[in-house]
Design a protein around this ligand. Sequence first.
Ligand code: 8X3
Length: 251
Amino acid sequence: MKYKNIFITGSSSGIGLATALKFNIEGYRLILCARKIEKLTPLIKKIKVPYHILIFDVSKKDEVFKSVKSLPKEFSKIDILINNAGNAHGLEKSNECEIDDWDNMVDSNLKGLLYVTKSIVESMVSNRAGHIINVGSIAAKEAYPKGNVYCATKAAVDKFTEGLRIDLNEYNIKVGAIHPGLVNTNFSTVRFKGDKKRADLVYNGLTPLLGKDIADIIFFMVECPCHVNISDITVLPTAQANTYVLNKQKN
Ligand code: 8X3
């Protein structure tokens, strides 16, 4: 089971970083993807397994295909793909938000995930083996105020996951998605463009999930026996009932 190659997008922070660390401990061979090499330095220091780094932006189609093609032979058979890269940009009403934020989210969360998948899936089909896990969001399942395009990109990923699973069914390839609720990563800081105070308020008064919680579940999904595919899983902090019902303690 071990010594498999796992390809993780967005592996320099948050859920991607936690997932890389988890699979490092478990002895998998890592293909670590990020936009900037500097951001991977702290992770690389902790890696004990064979790894390969790819620096590219998921939203740049040519960069994606060129990077995947450049993989050395020992990393070119990708057993597991974790489509994790993506983010939220802004939290404003549709009539008030920045159109660039919409572009950014469609380009990374949706188009980027499609490019990466397309660049890898053909070799999985040739191998008649593979496992693709898309990191979605509770936002895929329900829209919330001011979430508009972020929710739309995640809902599209959710539906694409389903379609991909149908297309790949005859090739013995597992496809699934994990949809987290509130996870305390730099997600909200990015969403609020560096406004740490506003970001902290999101998690204030409750115990959010950690990147590690999601990484542990991804590992469980990957390690299921061959005949078991977890197709869809939503994970929330105990204090979160849905995107807007939260059991927050007053400080
Ligand atoms: C992250 C969860 O509820 O902030 O995707 O959209 S939420």
